[in-house]
Ligand binder design. Structure first.
Ligand code: TYM
Length: 325
């Protein structure tokens, strides 16, 4: 039996990159009866970039609703908010004392963020340690993530090994990332990696009109409608191909190559496939967003389950470190 674990930060609304890079692969894995899935909302991580509490609450709800909208079975699995299980923060501190400073200083995502953000706080720096704690608390084996998280996963493994070396026994389970090559980096409307922080993202839960307006912003070159176009360098085509079947993708490829097919047509096709493919998740998302009490109860039940496992790991770690149990 494999234990699958992944999280999404509550720093903005969930987007197509999160869905294709992490949420959908994790839900697929959770449907295998051999697996046990631990899916959570990384609301402590979101404090690194978002300080407003009521905004955070909205994003937590929207991410929780997304997991449920995609059919996550919370009876069989574990579903919780990171901030409601205090052991995450506790383990993070212990692990930070096993994390070499240069490992964090060389982290690509820290370097990127510290160039782009005005508020370069210590939480951003120790972000990977908290992420290691999230994973190691639950003895998780497989972590489905997008490519941008690969280095964080290597760090988690390294930190776990350092702790186990000190302990002289395998207290912490070494996790492995699971990265789907096709979904490695989903582009946003501007062609850069789709990200909450670049504000270039596609929120598939938007009302139809707003969704259409976002898709209109996808950048393209200026090849006139009649002329042939290169599908492989176009963002709309790329996004369409990630959602469509092989036959549908091939049809669109031929349309691009033949000419007489404009980027507006491709965007319309992308709009339609989003509505078609995500009809049921869109309905369920709105249901959970409106039924706050139901969502809250599901999370609270999940948090009780999460705490039991987290406490077992913390007890072992505390014993090794001489803090008692
Ligand atoms: P976050 O919220 O930034 O991203 C959540 C997941 O979505 C993936 N992702 C993408 N995949 C493909 N293309 C994109 N454009 C794209 N944008 C985002 C991310 O790779 C990620 O898998 N640090 C994590 C949250 C976290 C976590 C954990 C994950 C906290 N603790 C423990 C796994 C295990 C993050 O980046 O969240």
């Amino acid at each position: 039996m494999a234990r699958i674990l992944t999280g999404i930060q509550s720093s903005g609304l969930p987007h197509l990159g999160n869905l294709l890079g992490a949420i959908q692969p994790a839900i697929e894995l959770s449907k295998n009866p051999q697996n046990e899935s631990f899916l959570f909302i990384a609301d402590l991580h979101s404090l690194t970039t978002l300080k407003n509490g009521s905004e955070r609450e909205l994003y937590v709800r929207s991410i929780a609703s997304t997991w449920l909208a995609f059919g996550f079975d919370t009876d069989k699995n574990v579903f919780w908010r990171q901030s409601r299980v205090q052991e995450h923060a506790e383990l993070s501190w212990y692990l930070s004392c096993f994390t070499p400073f240069p490992m964090l200083a060389n982290a690509t995502s820290f370097k990127d963020k510290s160039e782009k953000l005005a508020d370069v706080n210590a939480g951003l720096f120790t972000y990977p340690v908290l992420m290691a704690a999230d994973i190691l608390l639950y003895n998780a084996n497989i972590i489905p993530v997008g490519k941008d998280q690969k280095q964080h996963l290597e760090m988690a493994k390294d930190i776990a090994s350092r702790f186990n070396n000190l302990a002289g026994e395998d207290i912490l389970v070494l996790p492995e990332p699971l990265i789907d090559e096709r979904m490695m980096t989903i582009p946003g409307v501007d062609g850069q990696k789709m990200s909450k922080s670049y504000n270039n993202y596609i929120n598939i839960f938007l009302p139809e009109k707003e969704l259409k307006n976002v898709l209109k912003k996808i950048v393209s070159d200026s090849t006139p409608l009649e002329e042939p176009k290169d599908p492989d360098s176009d963002i709309t085509f790329k996004l369409y191909s990630l959602l469509a079947s092989e036959t549908e993708t091939e049809t669109m490829r031929q349309n691009y190559l033949n000419g007489g097919y404009g980027y507006g047509h491709a965007k319309q096709a992308l709009f339609e496939i989003i509505l078609e493919k995500y009809a049921e998740p869109r309905r369920l998302y709105n249901y959970y967003m409106e039924n706050n009490d139901e969502l809250e109860n599901i999370l609270k039940t999940g948090e009780e389950k999460a705490r039991i496992i987290a406490r077992e790991t913390i007890a072992k770690v505390r014993r090794v470190l001489g803090y008692g149990e």
